[in-house]
Design a protein around this ligand. Structure first.
Ligand SMILES: [Zn+2]
Length: 438
């Protein structure tokens, strides 16, 4: 498993308010999913004008910002950015997590009380009900007594729903089965006409027809061999295992799915954002509107190929051009100094362990399944059953209080036994905290 580690949270604010007290017409937030702070500088020479370089030049850079929780994954990251809070308060402790009341693993945004809007499948059955705090979008709406409009878009459902908060006018995301943008009946019962028309254009199929070749000439990219991340390279099925990738041999459904693994899914989000601003008439009155755009394919590609890969570099080089296009559009639409924009990331990523091992860098790896199996054996030997572990997820062990009570054990003693066992047997783990410690 590719482990996440945030080194820095980078926030760029662009075109901050002018001196006189004037409300902006629109506030734009951009999240680049799984972007390291140093990706700004690593590829700086290859970035063009108007994208990352423009933000660095014209904006303010906050480079001493950290996420102080674990795990730093997509859902807690988005929830923390937009609520200004931490998982302890906003409730989004992971993408999928153990819900102690139902004793089930739940997804952070799934909600079976709602229906998909724009498709007939499960992907849209979502709501922000597990988010226990309000977001920037909520607060802008409340400030204007709901006269401001707030929208959030992403390829991932959680990348749209969590920024949108509870009273966004809409959150829209990509359905990887149909290639369409969809939403949930939490927000509306029918897609707006403009989204139906957007979907009818079947842009995904057009993009996939082009295939994916490197944006720059190939000497600009690292010559190191690929060190695969989590997903086997056959995700691009029988396509050759390097650039240029072609997709013409795939079914439309396969193309819809693999689209997320291409930089074109950033490009389509820019197209979608522009359509949204035009059709929802954002920024047209004195009540500031809000738009959140979360670019997902940096994360999806980083996971698949690792962040030392040509694929990862290429997605950043292309995202830079996508950003330039979006910023140039916003400047034309609202005026260069008339709106605040910030860019940040929900989490970073470490180099893949296989790469670090290969170059003899300091690394260690904890295999989740081996670790859990070992814990279960320990539980059987020490307490007579693995049932004392109610759940293990997100590097957290949940102990079964009923089992502990029924067997007349002391909760703190059980905690201590697990801590000592883990400390004695797993060098890769540096810190262990119990509920009692916390
Ligand atoms: Zn993420």
């Amino acid at each position: 498993m590719l482990k996440y580690k945030v080194l820095f949270l980078l926030i760029i604010s662009f075109n901050l308010f002018s001196q006189k007290l004037e409300r902006p017409k629109i506030v734009v937030s951009i999240v680049v999913d799984m972007m390291r702070f140093d990706d700004l500088y690593k590829y700086y020479d290859y970035y063009g004008e108007g994208g990352f370089r423009e933000l660095l030049k014209s904006g303010s850079v906050f480079n001493y910002a950290h996420y102080n929780y674990e795990p730093t994954t997509t859902a807690p990251g988005h929830a923390s950015i937009f609520t200004g809070s931490i998982p302890y308060f906003h409730g989004i402790i992971a993408n999928d997590f153990f819900d102690k009341s139902s004793e089930k693993v739940v997804n952070c945004v799934e909600d079976k009380n709602y229906q998909s809007v724009g498709s007939g499948d499960e992907i849209g059955k979502c709501s922000p009900k597990r988010l226990l705090a309000s977001t920037i979008a909520d607060q802008i709406r409340l400030f204007s007594e709901l006269r401001s409009k707030a929208f959030a878009i992403s390829i991932k459902n959680r990348g749209a729903i969590l920024p949108g908060g509870h009273i966004a006018n809409g959150a829209f995301w990509y359905n990887n089965k149909t290639g369409d943008f969809i939403t949930s009946s939490y927000y509306m019962n029918d897609l707006p006409l403009w989204i139906k028309k957007f979907n009818e254009r079947k842009l995904v199929q057009d993009y996939m027809k082009k295939g994916w070749d490197l944006f720059l000439d190939k000497d600009s990219y690292s010559s190191s061999p690929a060190y695969n991340g989590e997903i086997p390279p056959d995700i691009f099925k029988s396509s050759q295992n390097s650039f240029p990738y072609t997709f013409n041999h795939l079914t439309n459904e396969e193309k819809n799915n693999l689209f997320q693994f291409t930089p074109y899914s950033n490009q389509i989000l820019v197209e979608f954002a522009k359509d949204l601003i035009e059709n929802e008439n954002l920024g047209q009155n004195s009540f500031p509107d809000f738009l959140s755009v979360s670019f997902s394919s940096t994360d999806i590609i980083g996971h698949a190929w690792g962040n030392f890969s040509k694929e990862s570099m290429d997605v950043f080089i292309r995202l830079d051009r996508n950003l330039a296009e979006l910023i140039s559009y916003l400047n034309r639409k609202f005026g260069q100094n008339n709106y605040p924009l910030f860019l940040t990331s929900d989490h970073g990523a470490i180099e893949t362990p296989s790469f670090l091992k290969k170059v003899n860098s300091l690394t260690s790896e904890l295999k989740t399944k081996q670790f859990y199996d070992s814990l279960k054996s320990f539980a059987i030997n020490k307490f007579g059953s693995e049932k004392i572990i109610l759940n293990f997820s997100n590097r957290q062990i949940y102990l079964d209080r009923d089992y502990i009570n029924d067997h007349n054990l002391e909760f703190e003693d059980v905690e201590d036994s697990f801590v000592n066992y883990i400390r004695d047997n797993f060098d890769a783990i540096q810190s262990i905290m119990t509920r009692s410690d916390l």
